[in-house]
Design a protein. Sequence first.
Length: 213
Amino acid sequence: MVKLTARKRSEKEKPKALRRQGWVPAVVYGPHLGSTPIAVEYKALEKLIAEITRSTRIELEYDGERHFVFIKELQRDPITDRFLHVDFYAPEPGQIMTLEIPIMFVGTPEGVKAGGILEHIHEQIPVEGPLEAIPPYLELDISGLGLDEALLVKDLKLPEGLKVLLPEDEAIAIVLPPKVLVTEEEVPAEEEAAEEAPAEGEGAAPAEEEGES
């Protein structure tokens, strides 16, 4: 879990003025909180974003209050990519949540060492569970994966109380066989013969027409 310190902001503080002063306008809300406008230091938010995933639980403190939150929405400037606004959601303790958790793939598959190609079917997966059971990411060891082999949803090791919202036999990662390049020398003899044979009606002498003298 990571921590972030913020402060409440008044309605008189304009978003543009806050940004010029190095702050990012934000709001924290939840079923037991209502909605509270706050401001976060730009550098602190930048550091936080570099360390977390969207399913990381954050300990947010402001003006003597402390809440466990998730980032619900993060707005950026489409040109400069700078942060414009952030929404923090504070669920109630024990609340069942639905969100997507990133997968961290660990190791190099044996099939890749043999020339295969690793394909990630899912980079993140939808889950459902109580606040306390949701991890920042799920780790999946793919080192034992051979050619034409896949790891499935049922192969994931989940924290107690967490449920994946995908079929258990759905693939998460698979190692595909290497692609074979067919060279001219490898073209089957039957295909060569077919290419060399004249097409119907080509290269044959025209038949004499009956009835002509």
